[in-house]
Design a protein. Structure first.
Length: 96
């Protein structure tokens, strides 16, 4: 569980990131979760964009992604979700 100070730090780092995944009409699937797990291992922090044709609401999508990947939801802003998961081999972000 991230503290408020850690979330603020991660939100600031995520501010300049571009979304690298998009959730569309079919919603969250196992293939997407596996790709996000791989990306989180390399980057630790990433944004996921929710397209307008997505049938599920953003809170549900964020919950499904967090549960499937084991990541923490840092922020849901607009149609973007920021996820963080500490990398085991490629640690780049040092939280206090």
């Amino acid at each position: 569980m991230l503290s408020g100070k850690q979330k603020r730090f991660l939100r600031a780092k995520a501010n300049q990131l571009k979304p690298i995944f998009q959730v569309g009409k079919i919603g969250v699937n196992q293939n997407m979760i596996e790709q996000i797990i791989d990306a989180l291992e390399k980057r630790e922090l990433l944004k996921v964009s929710i397209l307008q044709n997505c049938m599920e609401d953003k809170d549900t999508v964020a919950r499904l992604l967090a549960e499937g990947t084991g990541a923490e939801v840092v922020q849901i802003i607009g149609n973007n979700i920021v996820l963080y998961k500490e990398s085991e081999e490629n640690k780049q972000i040092h939280l206090l």
